[in-house]
Design a protein around this ligand. Structure first.
Ligand code: SF4
Length: 259
């Protein structure tokens, strides 16, 4: 059994603790946004680049994201594992619903996220004892309670590290400027949040940051449709669609934390 880092441990101390406790059973996951780049920079300083890093390559990322991955590889000497969707799940989904299914209905958008992001992440985490994320409390969207170190019950009880949990956005950008950390070029084009290319856009002045995600969905559409069958069974559109693609029972998933 290991000892946990002190509650007031700094981000560097938390990362150093994770690397020393879990070694190659720990991995950093990043989508190469600002917080992820700070963590990569710190981890490279601590390990000399000898740290496991992965990203969810949905197949629909911005070209600029792939270019940034190349910069990370060259600058830090870090090997970035591209975790991809299961090709049978992906081809089944595309055959049934087409490549632009996410524009059809919120339930199909959630199906696409399940196949391209949620399931690949679950498969990757099943091989680990600890993972590192860039979650911060001040990001909102249910992240107010994020702990620096916690047990991740949703993913088999492995350790979940969020070294920047208590950092403000200003502190993130101060670190980036001070250490000349590479940043995603879409920030300078008005993108506050950068995900898949067809599902992310720049926001206008005054719009909330997440307005640039799935902007075609109304607030009511953000949830899957609920249906009650003649037998009284409650079904969500998303569950039915998932069964069409894969005959496995879907699990409850927190999509906001994975977006
Ligand atoms: Fe699919 Fe869009 Fe989700 Fe990416 S963000 S997985 S393209 S629905």
């Amino acid at each position: 059994m290991f000892s946990w880092p002190a509650r007031d441990a700094s981000a560097e101390e938390v990362l150093r603790w994770g690397v020393s406790e879990f070694g190659d059973r720990l991995a950093i996951t990043t989508s190469f946004q600002a917080t992820g780049m700070v963590i990569l920079d710190m981890a490279a300083c601590i390990t000399g680049g000898d740290v496991q890093v992965f990203t969810l390559d949905t197949g629909r990322l911005h070209e600029q994201t792939y270019e940034l991955i190349e910069r990370v590889r060259r600058r830090y000497g870090i090997v970035v594992e591209m975790v991809t969707p299961d090709h049978r799940e992906l081809s089944s989904m595309l055959r049934l619903h087409g490549p632009m299914l996410f524009k059809d209905a919120a339930s199909k958008r959630k199906l696409c996220c399940e196949i391209r992001k949620v399931r690949p992440l679950e498969r990757k985490l099943a091989s680990l004892d600890a993972w590192v994320t860039g979650l911060r409390r001040s990001q909102g969207g249910g992240r107010n309670e994020v702990d620096t170190v916690s047990l991740d019950e949703e993913h088999g009880g492995i350790m979940k590290l969020a070294p920047l949990a208590h950092w403000t956005e200003k502190r993130v950008w101060d670190y980036i400027r001070r250490n000349d950390v590479p940043v995603h070029p879409l920030y300078s084009k008005g993108y506050p949040s950068i995900g898949c290319e067809p599902c992310t856009r720049a926001v206008k002045p005054g719009e909330p940051p997440r307005a640039g995600r799935w902007w075609w969905e109304g607030d009511d559409d953000k949830e899957c449709g609920i249906h009650v069958s003649p037998s009284g069974e409650v079904r969500r559109d998303f569950d039915v669609l998932l069964e069409e693609v894969l005959p496995t029972p879907p699990r409850p998933v927190d999509f906001e934390s994975k977006a």
